[in-house]
Design a protein around this ligand. Structure first.
Ligand code: ADP
Ligand code: MG
Length: 436
C-alpha cells in the first residue's frame, strides 16, 4: 500500500479555510517528519507504471484492485472527485472546458502560429505526437487558455479520448490540499491518473508549492509513461519559472514548448473584426482600426475595449462611431494609469534592464544607467500626470530640462532604432500590466 503515513499527515494539517491566490498550502504543509511523507521515488514509480499497464485493459476509470488505490479497508465513496457531475457515474468526468474556446474562434497570426499549429497537430492525435507534454507560454491575455482548451474541446467533440480534464494549477493545488485534509490523497491521485488528456493552466503557480509539485510530478510521470497527453501553459518560458523543482521543470521541456506573443496590428484588426462579427455588431473599419492602433498589449484588452464600447453605445444610446470609441478608450486608458507612480516605473524599467533601481536616482552617468533613467523619465512623462519638475525631482533632483531631453532622446531613438523601439514597447507593456 502506498503512503501508509498519509492519515497522520492529514491529521496534522491545520490549514485555514481559504481559497484562491493566497492559499499557500506548502507553507503550512510541513509535516512533522518530511522524510515520511516523501515517498521514495521507486515506490511511486512502481505504482504509476502498474497503473499505466492497467489502463490498457481497463477502460473504466474505476480501477478496482489498483495497487495504489489506498490502504485496504479505506474504501470510501468517490466524493473526492471534484469534477464529477452529480448523479452521473464517476467515469463521466466533467472536463471543465469552456466550450467557446475553440479552434474556429482562434485567430491565427504571426504571434501564435507555431503554438496554434502544434495545438492542432496534437488535437488530431492526442498522445501520439512527440509533443508531449505540450507547453504554451507567454504573457497574459495572449490566448494560452483559449488554445489549450481548444485542443480539449476538439478532442472531446471527436471523442478521440475517454477522459479529458482542464484544471488550473491553482485549482489543482487547492484540491490537493483538501485531499490531504480529508485523508483522500490516494483518491486524488487516482482521479488524475485516469485522465487521457490533462490540461493544466498557468503552471507557474506551482511555484514554491513543494508538496503539490511532488504530487503533480508523479501524476505527470504516470500519464506520460502510458502515452497520455499532457498540455500545460505558463506565463514565461519554463527555464525562467522560479520555485519549481528541477526534475519537474525538465519534464515540462520534454516535449514541445511554443510561445504566444503580442499580436501585431493586422492580427489585432482581424481579431476585432471577428469578435464584432461573432457578436453580431457592425463596426466601421475606422473604429476597428482606431481600437487596434491604441490597444496593443493583449487580446483580452482588445476584447475589453470592444465590450466597453458596446456597453456605452447601448446604455447611452449612442452610435458606435469613432467619436464614441475615442471617448471610451480615453477612459479605459486613464483607468489603466491611475495610481501608477514614478517609483513603480523606475522599478519596472530597472528590473527589465537589470540595473539597481537606486542608480537612476543617483549621480552616476554610466551609459546603461543613463539609458534606464531616460527610459524611466520618458514613461513617467507619458504615463503619469506629474509635472516635468516633479518627475525630475524623483530622479535625484534633476531639473525639468533633463526630463525633456530624456524624453526627446528616447523618442528619437524609437524612430531610428527598431530594436530599441521594441524594447521600449515591451517595457511599456510591463508597466501597463502592473499598473492595474
Ligand atoms: P491567456 O490565457 O494567455 O491569459 P486567454 O486565452 O484567456 O489568454 O485569452 C484572453 C481572451 O482573448 C480570451 O477571451 C480569448 O478568447 C481571446 N483570445 C486570445 N487569443 C485569441 C485569438 N488568437 N483569437 C481570438 N481570440 C483570442
Ligand atoms: Mg490563461
Amino acid at each position: 500500500k502506498e503512503n501508509p503515513e498519509e492519515p497522520e499527515h492529514g491529521a496534522s494539517m491545520q490549514l485555514p479555510a481559504r481559497r484562491g491566490d493566497d492559499v499557500s498550502p506548502d507553507a503550512s504543509e510541513a509535516p512533522p517528519n518530511p522524510a515520511e511523507i516523501d515517498a521514495p521515488e521507486g515506490r511511486r514509480q512502481e505504482s504509476s507504471s502498474s497503473r499505466s499497464r492497467g489502463s490498457e485493459n481497463q477502460p473504466s476509470p474505476a480501477r478496482d484492485g489498483d495497487p495504489s488505490a489506498g490502504p485496504p479497508g479505506s474504501q470510501q465513496p468517490p466524493v473526492s472527485n471534484p469534477f464529477a457531475i452529480p448523479g452521473i457515474q464517476k467515469a463521466e468526468i466533467d472536463s471543465q472546458l469552456n466550450s467557446s474556446y475553440t479552434f474556429e474562434r482562434f485567430i491565427e497570426g504571426d504571434c501564435n502560429r507555431l503554438a496554434r499549429s502544434a495545438a492542432w497537430a496534437i488535437a488530431q492525435e492526442p498522445g501520439a505526437t512527440s509533443f508531449n507534454p505540450f507547453l504554451i507560454y507567454g504573457g497574459v491575455g495572449l490566448g494560452k487558455t483559449h488554445l489549450i482548451q481548444a485542443i480539449g474541446n476538439y478532442v472531446q467533440a471527436k471523442e478521440s479520448v475517454d477522459t479529458c480534464l482542464y484544471v488550473s494549477s491553482e485549482r489543482f493545488t487547492t484540491e490537493f490540499v483538501q485531499s490531504i485534509q480529508r485523508n483522500r490523497i490516494s483518491e486524488f491521485s487516482m482521479f488524475y491518473r485516469q485522465i487521457d488528456l490533462l490540461i493544466v493552466d498557468d503552471v507557474q503557480f506551482f511555484s514554491g508549492k513543494e508538496k503539490t509539485q511532488e504530487e503533480f510530478f508523479h501524476i505527470f510521470n504516470a500519464l506520460h509513461q502510458s502515452g497520455r497527453q499532457i498540455i500545460l501553459s505558463a506565463d514565461r518560458p519554463p527555464r525562467d519559472i522560479e520555485g519549481i523543482e528541477e526534475r519537474l521543470l525538465s519534464r515540462f521541456q520534454w516535449g514541445l514548448s511554443a510561445d504566444v506573443q503580442s499580436p501585431g496590428l493586422e492580427t489585432r484588426i482581424a481579431i476585432l473584426q471577428r469578435k464584432a462579427e461573432d457578436d453580431g455588431i457592425e463596426l466601421e473599419q475606422e473604429v476597428i482600426e482606431f481600437i487596434a492602433h491604441n490597444i496593443k498589449s493583449n487580446i483580452r484588452e482588445l476584447e475589453g475595449a470592444l465590450i466597453r464600447l458596446l456597453a456605452h453605445a447601448t446604455l447611452h444610446q449612442r452610435d458606435l462611431d469613432l467619436d464614441l470609441a475615442k471617448e471610451v478608450l480615453r477612459d479605459l486608458m486613464q483607468d489603466m494609469q491611475v495610481n501608477l507612480t514614478i517609483e513603480e516605473i523606475q522599478r519596472i524599467v530597472c528590473d527589465y534592464l537589470d540595473i539597481p533601481e537606486d542608480l537612476v536616482r543617483a549621480k552616476t552617468r554610466k551609459r546603461e544607467v543613463v539609458r534606464a533613467r531616460q527610459i524611466a523619465m520618458y514613461f513617467s512623462k507619458k504615463l503619469t500626470q506629474h509635472s516635468l519638475k516633479t518627475i525630475g525631482l524623483h530622479f535625484g533632483g534633476r531639473d525639468h530640462s533633463t526630463v525633456i531631453h530624456a524624453n526627446n532622446t528616447v523618442e528619437d531613438q524609437i524612430e531610428t532604432d527598431d530594436q530599441f523601439a521594441s524594447m521600449v514597447e515591451e517595457i511599456g507593456r510591463k508597466i501597463e500590466l502592473r499598473s492595474r
